[in-house]
Design a protein. Sequence first.
Length: 195
Amino acid sequence: MPLHLPNFSVNVNVQHGGQPQQFAQPPYQQQGYAQAPPQHQAGPFDERTWYRLKNLQHPHKSLDVINDNEINSTGLLQLAQDADVSGQHWQIKAMTDGTYILRTMFLGPSRHLDVYGDKTKTPVLQPAGNYSGQKWIIAPWGDGTWHLSNTYSGSDVYLDSKKHDTKVKLKGAEGGRATQRWSIIPICGVTEDEF
């Protein structure tokens, strides 16, 4: 048997000082959205694609893993000359909460880009886990480049590099800084079964 409910109409008249109060539309309605857009909108990243990450300051260098002990490397990062090496092949995998995990072909699917403990400014590939330092927010600058932050260090701290060096750190957001503007460039499809 179908359930029929009566139509209800609610009229809320809010007054302040005896006068009806006018409320401005929420910002998302002012921009033409019917409802609030999600906080972290997904970028155009395909988890079945390897990507190269480069910033505008160093156009001939890519984000790379320092190979200090082969597969047992510490997982520290640097900017290195563009090359067809597995440490420069990054997989960007979307999570259900709108964040991403990042991992490399070199260290495999069990090591994710992370910051942890009191080292909130030092990105490193660590064993995978459900840690806030491994949940990355990738958002557009609006010029075709992206900024990367994570939920542990905070949304106002971006993946960055030194201006005249190859060191990679996280640093406070600076909108005009070329070292915080990352190009994410497709290289090839992910064909490795473990990914």
